[in-house]
Design a protein around this ligand. Sequence first.
Ligand code: HEM
Length: 179
Amino acid sequence: MFLPVGNYPDIQEKLRQELDSCFGSTDDDIDHSKIVSNRYLDACVKESMRLIAPVPAIAKKLQDDTEIGDHTFPKELTAEIYLFFMHRDPKIYPDPLKYKPERFLEDQTKLPFSFLPFSAGPRNCIGQRFALFEIKIFIALLVHKFEFASKVKVEDAKYCFEIVTRSTHPLEIKFTERR
Ligand code: HEM
């Protein structure tokens, strides 16, 4: 999230304005429930996970012969599902390389299963609520305390797929304490 939001000062400022209202007079005085229900923060986190899917792919072994469109995939086949590329499909997300949190403020009921950072179905991520809570609190604390800028342009970043998605090069993010 620091890579894309560090590229767009306007988005970062909008996020900061919403988050500042969740803090009291000290940095420890935080309204956690207000933070996690902040719509713009939620949209920024989701858009970051869309553009850079943290888990690039999942694999499932088919239990039965399965028909999808004109194709029949045989039982026992291991299907690899590339969440990373699905999230960048222009048919689902127009202008897919653009970081646009507004996508997640608009109607999201268009296509079910089009946003799957935590997978879906019976073997989906059991830690997703905890992960989102932790990410949002961490981001909120840093956005409240610092301004940050990414040296790497989001469109120039290159990724490699391990179990999780990693940048091939170090991502340099400069943090400046707010006055
Ligand atoms: C940003 C953070 C996270 C992401 C993007 C993520 C994503 C995923 C994905 C895509 C799967 C499905 C894997 C597959 O089908 O092969 C998964 C499964 C799982 N995740 Fe997460 N996860 C995250 C954080 C966490 C955390 C914090 C925990 C535990 C506290 C957790 C526990 C699990 C477990 C136990 C499974 C296996 C569930 C099963 O097979 O029934 N995850 N996660």
